[in-house]
Design a protein around this ligand. Sequence first.
Ligand SMILES: NC(=O)c1ccc[n+]([C@@H]2O[C@H](COP(=O)([O-])OP(=O)(O)OC[C@H]3O[C@@H](n4cnc5c(N)ncnc54)[C@H](OP(=O)(O)O)[C@@H]3O)[C@@H](O)[C@H]2O)c1
Length: 265
Amino acid sequence: MSWINAATKLFGLVGHNISYTLSPAIHNYIFQEAGYNAVYLAFDLSEERFLKTINSIIDLCEGFNVTIPYKEKVVEFLNGVDRNAERVGAVNTVHRGYGYNTDYTAIKSLVNERMGSLENMICFIYGAGGAAKASAVALGDLGCRLFIVNRTAEKAEHLARKLDSLGYEAYVANQCSANVDVVVNATPNPSFVHDICLSAKLVVELVYAPVETVLVRKARSRGVEAIDGIRVLVRQALEAQKIWSGIEFPEDKVIGYLYARKLIW
Ligand SMILES: NC(=O)c1ccc[n+]([C@@H]2O[C@H](COP(=O)([O-])OP(=O)(O)OC[C@H]3O[C@@H](n4cnc5c(N)ncnc54)[C@H](OP(=O)(O)O)[C@@H]3O)[C@@H](O)[C@H]2O)c1
């Protein structure tokens, strides 16, 4: 920490029960490697402390990330959000009080690099929480029809209605159909995704511990391309860095660093 001085900029992660987070390791590594005078901390806040401190955090931090359970709640404290964060209804990155959603930009760019446009394609999203919504809006913007599969049917219906109101073609389903093109696991349970989904061209996994989940392993063993959760996590962090500092850092170097420190396996 020898670089910390009076000019050091403050960044951090706002969430609750976030002992698992890799974000401080990722961002402090990038700041150090890029020679950018900043430090990134984890702010683990109960709801009471969140309400007491969020305005000060916005004021003091050059930028910060937001995770569960505050991605939606933080919006009312900000001085605005960009169009993507507005449509997703959640913010995971704040810069000088303004909100963005880099889960959205990460998923959209990773899928676009592999598939191009998803016009006339069918995408299944497993899950109906925050990550499912960011994934659905991202893939919907690439042009596909969306099918939502969720443990709790009412939440799937609620998400499909919301997507419909945003102008996407969205339905609820019980499981993948055989003509699926892209499938996303946006639940914490990779086994929840039915094997029939493995007829897809691309699997996107959001769980990153272990990096090769059962879903990723099954997909790759059948020759189906899979984007693993750590690639999504690191891409959203790099998208946040672009907004905060303008730094463009190599993705594979960050992933290599996390393996070397045995923070991922
Ligand atoms: N790699 C990344 O960068 C990244 C980014 C964001 C999120 N994630 C990961 O994505 C996952 C979802 O995050 P989130 O923010 O969307 O959470 P969330 O808002 O709490 O939503 C969780 C979703 O998962 C479903 N679910 C929970 N436990 C389940 C189980 N055992 N079996 C089947 N479905 C289950 C829930 O279904 P119900 O509606 O039935 O409760 C809900 O749809 C988490 O594992 C998170 O760590 C990763």
